[in-house]
Design a protein around this ligand. Structure first.
Ligand code: ADP
Ligand code: MG
Length: 241
């Protein structure tokens, strides 16, 4: 498989007055196109920092991040914003929907930056909302929907522009177990159907069966890498043995 993200010796040190907090301490990692890669670890282990660094939301103290050929670590703010609008989708723990806008308007939003005309934007957003099972909630505002529904809107928003990579930071952190499974099933299905890459942060073991690879982080370092075999692959290995 071809690499889509390449991370080399990545460091992030925050300065808090006199004190230094080392959030990332030399991370090397490659993520393949089409992979579901989970950044897993306890609170404070550097998961969000790593995700934000890959997405160009924060600049590393040292090291390199490439998405394809784009050197994310050295792009100017303006260029990294354009890159994100074009190639990246985001799903957050707290959904981050715009409260004054309807589900349809929230989902259509990223298409504005792609220069797609309004009527087409609305058609694409409605189609995506139907795909996530919210065809009957197009005109609801976020506070008129449950947490699970709001997260489905935010999934629709992340996928509507068919980005190459989706980033999700604790996407089911605010949801109950049953809704968590619904959301993870949905994300898995969308990513695999469209051959997209998903980088998902979690500290919840429910994510494991959905992941191709689990990167265990501790104290800003990769502690272990767990490659998950799918049923089909296990079968092939059994035959080859
Ligand atoms: P996780 O997402 O795994 O819970 P984070 O990446 O948010 O962990 O944080 C890693 C470490 O960096 C923690 O010790 C946290 O307190 C620290 N940290 C994160 N963001 C900042 C910041 N903006 N300023 C100072 N310290 C930070
Ligand atoms: Mg975090």
């Amino acid at each position: 498989m071809r690499e889509i993200v390449t991370i080399k010796d990545l460091w992030k040190v925050y300065r808090m007055g006199q004190e230094k907090v080392t959030a990332l301490a030399g991370v090397d990692l490659s993520i393949n196109k089409g992979e579901i890669c989970c950044l897993f670890g306890p609170s404070g282990s550097g998961k969000s920092t790593l995700l934000n660094m890959i997405a160009g939301l924060e600049k590393p103290s040292k090291g390199q991040v490439h998405i394809g050929k784009a050197p994310i670590h050295q792009l100017k703010e303006k260029d990294v914003t354009l890159f994100r609008q074009k190639h990246i989708g985001f799903i957050f723990q707290s959904y981050n929907l715009i409260p004054t806008l309807t589900a349809l308007e929230n989902v259509a939003m990223p298409l504005i930056f792609k220069g797609i005309p309004a009527s087409k934007r609305n058609k694409m957003a409605a189609k995506m909302l139907r795909q996530v099972g919210l065809g009957d909630r197009l005109f609801h505002k976020p506070n008129e929907m449950s947490g699970g529904q709001q997260q489905r809107v935010s999934i629709a928003r992340a996928f509507v522009g068919a980005p190459k990579i989706i980033f999700a930071d604790e996407p089911t952190g605010n949801l109950d177990t049953k809704t968590t499974i619904i959301i993870l099933d949905l994300m898995y299905k969308m990513v695999k159907e469209n051959d997209q890459t998903l980088i998902v942060v979690s500290h919840d073991t429910e994510i494991k069966p959905y992941s191709d690879r689990i990167i265990h982080l501790r104290d800003g370092k990769i502690e272990a890498v767990e490659t998950m075999l799918r049923e089909g692959e296990q079968l092939c290995e059994a035959i080859e043995e």
